[in-house]
Write a new protein. Structure first.
Length: 540
């Protein structure tokens, strides 16, 4: 039987009484922000996402959700079972497969939670699990990212005004939103909750400046960066540090002449990560466009040392060089991880002879002030990643790499591999469709029970007199093991007619009943009921 005929035999009677991801009735204790796209300065219209495609999920019980599908290229024993956190989108010149938004997946590529955004000009970034006041929370940036041809008013990859950060609890309720202070814009690159329940984040501000001494326009500006720290319990700004007051513009490897492509604004610094160190007083900061990682002392604001770039305090040994890097983290007093893009200052022009991008762990000798390779993590086949990327060390010792502005993310055994043998120690590799990519990719442990009920849809199958298909899903629930189906002649008199194991995001359950009222209940592995849907009526 053809697929078309099969579909015609199903008469859809889908009843959804609640928004699939709960946004319509979310009991927020914080105001929504970053929900309106920034106006285009060019008038160019970004293509709408592709939602009807074999590369995009569609669900009967959750018709408003259309996350992208991923292809699993490698899945070997030893890969972590933890969930994967990504924020798929694409440049404004391309079309996204699926809606942009925050997406949790398992190793098989099945969605566990998806929070779609309302516009292709809205994005999430840096989506992950963190701890606030001892409790697990989800955090992400939300807003509009400058990307030609729709946005050329700011340097590519910059945050447009109106963006902010979200914190959600493990029932998917928005508990707090945070915005940059002192006239700065909340930047996409980092929102880090510290053990002191403060948030460290990056922010930007356009500062007019004569750029002719650097080869740029006279009526130019710089995209200044500030590190801000806010106490999340009191909302007090407790730390503020500006790059322009500490990093010479002459250290930039981004030509000032590139300002002409973005409203004469020079992206001289492009700070893109903040990390903790072995001292509560110091932080680790990556500047993509100076090719430098800085250790900064917060009480004084002074730079303790520079790793890489024009003024490096370390001698970088052969093979340990990096450029245009992202996501620098101090793993111990003498080990630093980063994603080494090796390319390209935000442009798509790849110089001949550019080495492949890779995850990189560096070994620091603090007595001799040298940096050498500890381990490397290349993709098979090798990739050159123009922007973005992440390198995360996992509790099991493996390393999880987000391949930035390419379609991949994957996991590697701790020993790593090499440019000449990139398949070695590759445990997991997934590929996004089309030109979709994610700013970073994380593996995190996450347990959640949504505050909103499961979703149910019912369809009568006209090919048989008695068969009905019940579709059950619960966007974001991580503990569902099975579904119970209840049916009855009235909404008040329902009885259990079937139980089925959960399969993927949505479970299709055929039942031999045309009783008009249906309901599903979610069971955990202990056979406890953890969620109950609304009652829906089947109409013939």
């Amino acid at each position: 039987m053809s697929l078309l005929k099969t579909r015609l035999l199903l008469l859809p009677i889908t009843v959804i009484l609640l928004s699939c991801h709960g946004a319509a009735t979310t009991p927020n204790s914080a105001p929504e922000c970053g929900t309106v796209p920034y106006p285009s300065n060019t008038g160019t219209v970004t293509p709408n996402p592709i939602t009807d495609s074999p590369q995009v999920w569609s669900f009967v019980s959750a018709p408003d959700l259309h996350p992208m599908k991923v292809t699993i290229n490698t899945y070997e024993p030893g890969a972590s079972p933890d969930l994967i956190f990504i924020d798929p989108f694409t440049d404004s010149s391309n079309t996204t497969y699926g809606q942009p938004g925050a997406l949790i997946l398992d190793n098989n590529g099945n969605p566990h939670w998806f929070r779609p955004l309302s516009s292709p000009n809205l994005m999430n970034n840096d989506f992950r699990v963190q701890q606030l006041n001892g409790q697990p929370v989800l955090t992400f940036w939300q807003g509009t990212i400058a990307s030609a041809p729709t946005y050329t008013n700011r340097p590519m990859g910059s945050s447009e005004p109106g963006s902010c950060y979200y914190i959600l609890d493990n029932r998917y309720r928005v508990v707090k939103t945070v915005s940059a202070r002192n006239g700065f814009t909340s930047d996409i690159h980092e929102f880090l909750i510290t053990p002191k329940n403060t948030a460290l984040f990056l922010s930007t501000n356009v500062v007019p400046m004569d750029l002719t001494p650097f080869g740029g326009p006279q009526n130019g500006s710089i995209n200044d960066f500030a590190i801000q720290e806010v106490d999340l319990n009191t909302n007090e700004l407790v730390f503020f540090w500006k790059a322009s007051e500490h990093i010479p513009l002459a250290d930039s490897n981004q030509p000032a002449a590139t300002a002409s492509a973005s409203n004469n604004i020079w992206d001289a610094y492009h700070l893109n990560s903040i990390g903790l160190t072995d001292s509560a007083d110091d932080i680790l900061v990556s500047s993509r466009n100076t090719w430098t990682i800085y250790r900064i002392n917060k009480p004084t604001g002074n730079i303790v040392w520079r790793l890489g770039g024009a003024e490096s305090d370390f001698t970088i040994e052969n093979g340990a060089q990096f450029s245009w890097q992202h996501d620098a983290r101090m793993l111990s007093a003498d080990i630093i991880s980063l994603f080494n893009d090796n390319c390209c200052g935000g442009t798509t022009m790849i110089p001949p002879g550019t080495p492949p991008s890779h995850g990189l762990l560096l070994k620091l000798d603090l007595s001799q002030m040298t940096a050498s390779v500890h381990s490397e993590y290349y993709h098979s086949p090798n990739l050159i990643v123009a922007t973005r990327g992440s390198t995360q060390t996992l509790p099991n010792g493996n390393v999880f790499v987000g391949w930035g502005q390419s379609a991949y993310y994957g996991e590697y055994a701790a020993g790593g591999n090499s440019e000449s043998n990139p398949a070695w120690n590759t445990l997991y590799d997934a590929q996004m469709p089309g030109t979709n990519y994610t700013y970073r990719a994380y593996r995190n442990h996450w347990t959640a029970t949504p505050y909103y009920p499961p979703s149910i849809a019912v369809q009568a199958d006209s090919s048989t007199a008695a068969t009905t298909r019940v579709y059950a899903s619960w966007n974001g629930a991580t503990e569902v093991d099975a579904w119970q189906v209840f049916a009855g002649a009235t909404a008040a008199a329902l009885s259990l007619i079937k139980e089925a194991s959960k399969t993927g995001f949505e479970t299709a359950i055929p039942v031999t009943s045309r009783r008009p009222y249906f309901q599903v209940k979610a069971l955990n592995s202990g056979q406890q009921i953890i969620g109950v849907s609304n009652v829906v009526r089947l109409s013939e």
